[in-house]
Design a protein around this ligand. Structure first.
Ligand code: ADP
Length: 518
């Protein structure tokens, strides 16, 4: 690591925070960070049918902290996407006949390799999506855990032998893989979103074509390198990286080709709807993990320390850029002032803005300046309607945002109506449980929700009433491979992880054996 680390985040932060000349100095300082991951993990070509393929052109991958180019990656187009679909279809004919044990062993090898290369994978994640290295290491462990989990689940795909209504019949329900799955993933968890889907798909006996987000192809290609090292057969796992310009045409192949049986997407609700419409023509199965607008409710009876800890954990991971990040804080009037004060203190004490590769950074940049502008717009809208800025409030250099705490927020403000995807805590005051639930459930999405209460009856009532797919009860971090991940309303379709995740890649075939003699 360069001398920049020794200079320390504090100085960088001071420079980021002060006026334009200092911001320019901070920018110059940030430019000195460089990605020191080498071959074979730093792959820049597409991966199709077990081969590394170049495309006619390449597109740049940028470090969102500095704007510097860290690699140029093959810009795959519809032709490469079609090759990948064809390869996956051919590979499916033999992969579906492999035994569950064989698939399990390969997934386990892939898992072992992820752990073996966790440092390099984490660096790739930090440099292409900006998150602090500690969080990237956490992501690699989380990402690997899905390969481990589905290597185990692969062997537990049971069918049913059903009591028949007639003596001369036997009824068997057999689970079979759906076929080729197109997998389109976002930039905020570039490795985990891939393994969470691909682990389930491969365990089920499906083959896949992955289109990683434009900003984060490197971690996807590193996963392909490790899949190859693990011995996953050619054509079973394909990756077609592409630029923003090529995305619609590649997406069209992946969502409309008749050889594709299933699409699985994680990203914005708007894009999810586009993909669903494309997939409708050939009636593909679809799993959608879309946007959230998570409420974080603190009732008067809450344990204040735990609520503040949960708020910090659920809000500031990846600088607020996860779909399960708390997006609206609803705090009951009896605890409101104390909660806001303690949360402000925790933000001062725990949050450090800087380049993700600095050891004490907790808040990296947002993915791009547009993302930072959206947060700024939400803040100024709230302030214009009477919200008070208690911490932060400003955009720093580039796409760095100050962690921001807003009090006296109302439901008329933009920040309580749409997903923020940034380090903004808007705190709304409420008086009754009914009022809190009405506000929480007013959203047309429902992914995660969190609440803090020590009243057992209230806990049951609120946990059941919240219109979300995942509830944190006195807990701010939920994600784990053992549990189901997914949302209700416009947050999506289907569930990932858990014993249900594999079902998204399976069909149930009913076999009726008739005319049997007793
Ligand atoms: P963001 O707003 O963060 O870019 P998106 O939902 O648009 O979120 O992106 C998530 C993923 O969806 C990315 O891999 C992106 O390339 C992909 N995507 C966006 N538009 C399309 C499309 N028309 N076809 C296929 N994939 C798309």
């Amino acid at each position: 690591m360069s001398a920049v680390c020794a200079l320390g985040t504090r100085r960088l932060l001071r420079q980021l925070r002060s006026g334009p000349p200092a911001a320019a100095a901070a920018a110059a300082m940030l430019r000195r960070y460089s990605l020191d991951v080498s071959a074979p993990l730093l792959r820049t070509q597409g991966y199709v049918d077990g081969r590394w393929v170049s495309a006619a052109s390449a597109f740049p991958v940028l470090d969102p902290a500095t704007g510097q180019e860290i690699a140029r990656v093959s810009d795959c187009g519809p032709a490469e996407a079609k090759q990948a679909v064809d390869a996956a279809y051919t590979a499916f004919q033999s992969w579906k006949r492999s035994t569950a044990k064989e698939r399990s062993v390969l997934l386990r090898k892939w898992f072992d390799l992820l752990l073996l290369h966790k440092e390099d994978l984490a660096k790739l994640i930090t440099f292409e999506c900006g998150k602090p290295l500690r969080e990237s290491l956490g992501e690699v462990a989380y990402s690997a855990s899905f390969l481990e989990w589905f290597s185990e689940e692969a062997r537990r795909v049971y069918g049913d032998l059903v009591p028949a209504p007639a003596k001369d019949r036997k009824i068997l329900l057999l689970k079979q893989p759906v076929g080729v799955a197109s997998i389109i993933t976002p930039w905020n968890f570039p490795s985990a979103m891939i393994t969470r889907k691909v682990g389930a798909a491969l365990a089920a006996g499906c083959t896949v074509v992955v289109k990683p987000a434009e900003d984060t192809p490197l971690s996807a290609l590193a996963l392909a390198e490790l899949a190859e090292q693990a011995g996953i057969p050619a054509g079973v796992f394909n990756v077609v990286p592409c630029s923003r310009e090529k995305t619609p045409s590649v997406g069209e192949v992946l969502c409309t080709d008749p050889l594709v049986a299933k699409i699985s997407f994680t990203g914005s609700t708007a894009t999810g709807k586009v993909l669903l419409k494309m997939a409708a023509d050939t009636v593909k199965k679809a799993s959608m993990e879309l946007g959230g607008h998570a409420p974080f409710i603190v009732f008067d009876s809450a344990d204040l320390d735990k609520a503040v800890g949960g708020a910090m954990a659920s809000k500031f991971r990846n600088s607020g850029q996860t779909c399960v990040c708390s997006n609206r804080f609803l705090v009951q009037s009896g605890i409101y002032d104390r909660f806001v004060e303690r949360l402000g203190q925790a933000m001062d004490a725990e949050l450090r803005v800087g380049h993700g590769s600095e050891p004490d950074t907790t808040q990296g940049p947002l993915i791009n300046t547009k993302a930072a502008e959206k947060v700024v717009q939400q803040i100024s809208d709230a302030v214009s309607q009477g919200a008070k800025v208690l911490k932060g409030g400003k955009r720093l250099h580039g796409s760095f945002m100050e962690p921001t705490l807003l009090a006296d927020v109302t439901t008329d403000m933009l920040c309580t109506k749409e997903e923020t995807f940034g380090p903004l805590v808007p705190v709304i005051r409420f008086n009754t449980e009914e009022e809190a639930l009405a506000v929480a459930n007013a959203a047309n999405v429902g992914l995660a929700g969190y609440f803090y209460s020590q009243d057992v009856s209230q806990i049951w009532r609120v946990a059941e009433e919240l219109e979300v797919g995942m509830v944190g009860v006195n807990e701010g971090l939920l994600s784990t491979p053992e549990a189901s991940f997914g949302g209700v309303k416009q947050s999506g379709l289907g569930r990932e992880g858990s014993k249900y995740g594999i079902d998204e890649y399976l069909e149930v075939k009913y076999m009726c054996f008739g005319g049997l003699k007793a």
